[in-house]
Design a protein around this ligand. Sequence first.
Ligand SMILES: [Cu+2]
Length: 355
Amino acid sequence: MTADSRVRRVHSRAYAALRACVLVFSALVVLDVAAAPQQSALEPAGVQAAHILRLWDVTLVICGTVFAAVLLATLLALMRNRHSADSSPSTPQPDERTSTRTRNAVIAATAASVVLLVGLVIADVMTDRALSKLPVENAVHIEVTGQQWWWQAVYPPEADQPGFATANELHVPVGRPVIVALKAGDVIHTFWVPNLHGKKDMLPGIQTTIEFRADKPGIYRGQCAEFCGAEHALMGMLVVAQSPEQYSAWRVQQLASASGPSDALAQRGRLIFEQSSCAGCHTVRGFSAQGTLGPDLTHLMSRQTIAAGTLANTPADLLQWIRDPQAVKPGTTMPAVPLAGDDLRAVVAWLGTLQ
Ligand SMILES: [Cu+2]
């Protein structure tokens, strides 16, 4: 095989690889756009995420330029080497002029690297300072505990209102800072809602906080970002950023206890729930169910998903989940509770009344 055809083959392979990369990337972009709700650090919905995106842009431009320059230099060197290889089979000895030029080029490249790296460090420090400067007067407080594999959320008492618990779905008012106290119930988890802020670890025995502000109403998806066991990938959450009025209305609704079901099926479901092990793990305020090992179910139906974003919150999905949680989320700490088909449907009917 001639050197030329070998080079051509390498080129066409490199081109094919590049095309494959572009295709995969565009597919990911399309998927990202198609999927609702949003989970993207590239579409900031708050000041913190906007600072981080700016740092990302600066880093991307600098690293992209350096990458292109290195590729170009390599290509030039390869082409020049091919010309000299054509003329003589042995490696030519560099003359003095060439070696001075090479030395200067290396010095210039090193100096440029140092300048660019220092520039990146400065941008990084400035971003960090901007992130810590969020004004936090009149903040909303939330305590979030990472559990294997769901998020427990407690809204502590505020002004003259008592507190309440919920799970996997935070509501926050647009324009008001939010201070989330982060805890871990078992292993290390990481709180990450990329549209709003960067990541923050949740460490057992240590309490940290993350402060953010949502500036655009919307529903933003979060994801545990520290490998925390088998179902780590199924540990999602939603942050619903809404107008202050909608947020207040949501709070009022969450504060209320569950009201008793009126129809007979749901009534029966309630009794089964209270008499079986369900009540030992779940709380439904207003009834005898007081367990705290699992999510508070008082206003289950006000949430969009169940099992930390794994299933939609529909009667069919609820039935599937309760019949066999291990099939949906293998390893989950909720066991399959043996219930006859009718009892199962009654329990789902009761859960459906928990608005
Ligand atoms: Cu986790």
